[in-house]
Write a protein that binds this ligand. Structure first.
Ligand SMILES: Nc1ncnc2c1ncn2[C@@H]1O[C@H](COP(=O)(O)OP(=O)(O)OP(=O)(O)O)[C@@H](O)[C@H]1O
Length: 250
């Protein structure tokens, strides 16, 4: 199964250091990992650094990548849409990116399966430019998954989705990670999503990785006070699930 490890990873834009010396244990495939932290903490920058889109200090190691899979795929926050392509064409283009242009029967089957799994088959022949923000986000998830990544970095993938779709997508991703052995890192602002779906959580703040480990160990009232500047509790709801309840600003 794929494994990812960061060793003393840093990133800067020009002279401005965003974060430095981020190190992790080996993170194995099969589960979702939340990447959390306040606005501008560097979550997207860390993803770009892991994906190799930004250079910087330290080493990103990926081991045990299977034949026919891509080591790392980065799904950015909404970047607008190319109005010229249909949804189907855009997913096919993503599948073929960096490979040959010959389209095989299996490519088309993969796309059909993904469209069905994400419940967007009805959008297949719509123009990308004519979609709503949430529809575009679902298509972006299909574009990322069709590339068969071993490590998938998802930057706030549910920010434009309604409540039903948020749950549907995160449950689907958790299932897919377990089934395919994929390592999925998800930048999130909704900490209840982290508590509910992500086995591990990493907190980035003040240019450092402040905490990393089991989500329940990481999301604590102390962390919420020091990182998010809120007074909050983590309590079990009536169904026994832990949830963050915010009482106010700290
Ligand atoms: N291309 C860039 N050039 C210069 N500075 C940048 C660039 N991209 C991001 N930054 C800066 O780097 C810092 C980290 O930004 P980043 O987008 O990684 O944060 P984030 O944690 O993903 O934030 P958010 O939760 O608001 O999406 C911010 O101060 C931002 O202004």
């Amino acid at each position: 199964m794929v494994a990812l490890k960061l060793e003393e990873v840093g990133a800067r834009y020009g002279k401005t250091q965003v974060f430095e010396a981020i190190s992790t244990d080996w993170l194995k495939g099969g589960t979702l990992t939340a990447l959390i932290g306040p606005n501008a903490a560097g979550k997207s920058t860390l993803f770009k650094r892991i994906a190799g889109l930004l250079k910087g200090d330290g080493v990103v190691q990926v081991e045990d990548v299977r034949e026919g899979f891509r080591p790392i795929c980065y799904m950015p926050q909404d970047t607008g849409a190319n109005a010229v392509l249909t949804v189907y064409e855009s997913i096919l283009l993503a599948a073929k990116q960096g490979g040959g242009w010959r389209v095989a029967e299996d490519d088309l089957k993969d796309i059909d399966r993904l469209l069905k799994a994400l419940h967007i088959s009805d959008l297949a022949f719509r123009d990308l430019g004519a979609l709503s923000g949430g529809q575009r986000q679902l298509v972006a998830i299909a574009q990322a998954l069709v590339r068969r990544p071993e490590v998938l970095l998802m930057d706030e993938p549910t920010s434009a989705l309604d409540l039903f779709r948020q749950i549907e997508v995160l449950e689907f991703m958790r299932h897919l990670a377990a089934e395919k052995g994929m390592a999925v890192l998800i930048a999130l602002h909704d900490l209840n999503h982290a508590l509910r779906y992500c086995a591990q959580t990493m907190v980035i703040s003040g240019g450092r990785l402040l905490a990393s480990g089991s989500t329940l160990d990481v999301i604590t009232p102390e962390m919420l006070r020091s990182v998010y500047r809120v007074e909050a509790r983590v309590e079990n709801c009536t169904q026994g699930r832990p949830m963050v309840i915010v009482d106010g600003t700290a």
